[in-house]
Design a protein around this ligand. Sequence first.
Ligand code: ADP
Length: 249
Amino acid sequence: MSVTVETALRFDGVHKTFPNGTTALADVNLSVAAGEFVAVVGPSGCGKSTLLRLASNLDPVTSGTVQTPHGDSLGYVFQDPTLLPWRRVLGNVELPAELAGVPKPERRARAREALRLVGLEGAEKQLPRQLSGGMRMRVSLARALTMRPALFLFDEPFGALDEITRLRMQEELQRILTEQRFAGLFITHSVTEACFLASRVVVMSARPGRIIATFDVPFPHPRPAELRYDPDFAKIAGEVSAALRGGNQ
Ligand code: ADP
């Protein structure tokens, strides 16, 4: 099926079987509109990371199609921030633009703007080892922002952070989302995180991963931290959790 630039990502009837015979995904149909933020929750091993690899064209599908009308305009944020230890914060954030041949004044301006967005102005000269886990994650996010991607792929980015830092990062990310309006596919184990960030939450079954339920999360952005204690929010999160338990049996 054809897609328009209004679509950031589209999976149609996607199956993925690895050469060893493991089927990771079965009949996945999913589309992310431009500027839409979708979260995917599912049990460990259900194929969430595989879904992201297929979305980024790092891995081929076995059958079905994956379309990204914006081509290579992709940003990645993983659990491991993968910063270069010998480069200072500014140098790390500039790296993708540097590799893409963006002239120095332009890439420096983009890096400074991205650091401002993630709340790290003033940390430009620090080395990664001087940063906390939350700060390293902010640097990783800033680095991806410098390329102004149409679609962001997040693979459990906050999974290794302590609870307080994790909640703060969720609040920061949705503030940035409100400002930047990029499309996102966000993989997480946390139902609350998925509901807090996304306008739509997709639930996957145990392997082979299929989409077993989809929930709209209609609260406007920017969302206040207290939304997590709102009864309407709790109701949706409860429904997502119930679907997840159902698919995990
Ligand atoms: P999740 O991210 O949901 O934990 P993954 O996408 O990493 O799940 O993996 C889905 C399933 O596919 C798992 O059972 C995993 O062991 C298997 N798998 C992942 N990559 C490969 C591979 N390259 N070859 C064989 N099996 C794989």
